[in-house]
Design a protein around this ligand. Structure first.
Ligand code: HEC
Length: 107
């Protein structure tokens, strides 16, 4: 009985930790979107870009968004408009892109 109690407490703690980790992950994406100045071009809600030709990002597929960020950073995606964003991507790691992309996908 004692052993059972310890075990179930252990897994409850684990579930709690996992829940907290995934919660923090989503919050990080939103936070990074501000800290890395993404919102300055794409809008605070990721849906009201400052220029009509800039893309809306809210609700975008997370894997797609992640790949576009990687390609813009590496230069694989390169057109007249990507130059605007490329500079800032030097300050964004792949892990951070992933967190932002996952957050965008939830909007
Ligand atoms: C200086 C303005 C600017 C900043 C800052 C900026 N972007 Fe962009 N972003 C753009 C422009 C312009 C495009 C469209 C590029 C093109 O036409 O290929 C774009 C494209 C994208 C795309 C691809 C969208 C699609 O539908 O293919 C994603 C995702 C994205 N930005 C995310 C971000 C994130 C995340 C940040 C912050 C780390 C950021 N951007 C910062 C201007 C900016």
């Amino acid at each position: 009985m004692k052993k059972f109690l310890t075990l179930s407490l252990g897994s409850a703690a684990l579930a709690l930790t996992l829940g907290m980790v995934s919660g923090a992950y989503a919050a990080d994406g939103a936070e990074l979107f501000k800290v890395k100045t993404c919102w300055a071009c794409h809008g605070k809600d990721a849906n009201t870009p400052i220029m009509p030709t800039y893309p809306k990002l809210a609700g975008q597929n997370a894997d797609y968004a992640f790949n576009q960020m990687k390609d813009i950073k590496s230069g694989a995606r390169n057109n007249g408009q990507t130059a605007a964003m490329k500079g800032v991507m030097g300050l964004v790691s792949e892990e951070e892109m992933r967190a932002i992309a996952d957050w965008l996908g939830t909007l």
